[in-house]
Design a protein around this ligand. Sequence first.
Ligand code: SAH
Ligand code: SF4
Length: 353
Amino acid sequence: MSKINLLGFTLERLKSEFLRNGFTILDAKRVFPWIHTKLARSFDVMSDVPLRVRENLKEKFSLDRPECLVLQKSVDGTQKALLKLEDGNYVETVLIPEETRATVCVSSQIGCAIGCKFCHTGTQRFVRNLSSSEIISQIFFWKDVFGKPITNVVFMGMGEPLLNFENLSDVLKLLLDEKAHNFSRTKITISTSGIVGDALIELAKFRVKLAISLHASNDEKRSCIMPINKKYDIKTLFKAAREYLRNSGTDRVTFEYLLLKGVNDEDSDATELSKLLRSIPCKVNLIVYNDWPGSPFVGSGRNRADEFSRILLSKGVRAIIRKSRGDDILAACGQLKTQASAVRADKEAGIKK
Ligand code: SAH
Ligand code: SF4
């Protein structure tokens, strides 16, 4: 029987799991900080836990990090890791070191069911949700590898975080817990394609930053590139976003807007966008499109992006052009797609030979 990985267990869950397996609440209280603040990789080092208990813990539980199959480093310092999960699936995670901060970009699912037309991950079939241990193990992985403090976490890797809310919720509890990873809520951003409903309402309780992938200023265009818009149209989405601001007490929403040549980057799109955004405190991240093999889109050039942002600014909308990091290693947004299919194809090719 495979051992239960404890990395993603909140203290409450750890206590009940321990009780079910014949350990005590005190054991859980002692083990918890070893896992999250001392980043212990084995039970052996937990010097305040009785030796006999440690031996028994080893039988049932693990603190294993996922195995790293490929670690790529971009010329700009961004690093991308391909991690192998216990069931043989793969997931990618990215570290973006900058002068004053280091951001980890976390994946929440294997593949994605939303199927946005511009997204490399969206072209991969949805496999499954990641467990809370698998999500937070990406933070553990970078803490181990990087050796310096991780300051920010963005849920902008593979998958739609709000469709894996139960596990996301445990991870947020651990990241925000001052007795665990102790991140400030202002340093955590959840990015969603615009899933409206209970998960978003619950998320507001964590008071973390919300980013919404908007990418178009009217329903017709948005539905073409993001099929989720047919379920939750812009009006519904904005109502939910305003409610999020009210309930979370956060001051603004970030809208992500990809500039796609001839699709959503005309002057009239910028004007329409500025009108739409009047109804909500926000800022806009204009994202330069990251190309991927077989993509049906072309990104707008730098001049178009500058002009688009100038129009927004002239209408009073805070807009910045987000510089792309790690695009030489396909680590930039929307380019994360596990090499699982490639690995599988290699294997099949090997068998056929
Ligand atoms: N599923 C969530 C979070 C992951 S995607 C979401 O969609 O918000 C993170 C960001 O990358 C989103 O804003 C997404 O729209 C953007 N993105 C997707 N494909 C991209 C591409 N090819 N180039 C640049 N950004 C992309
Ligand atoms: Fe999924 Fe986000 Fe990619 Fe859309 S942009 S397919 S929601 S990961």
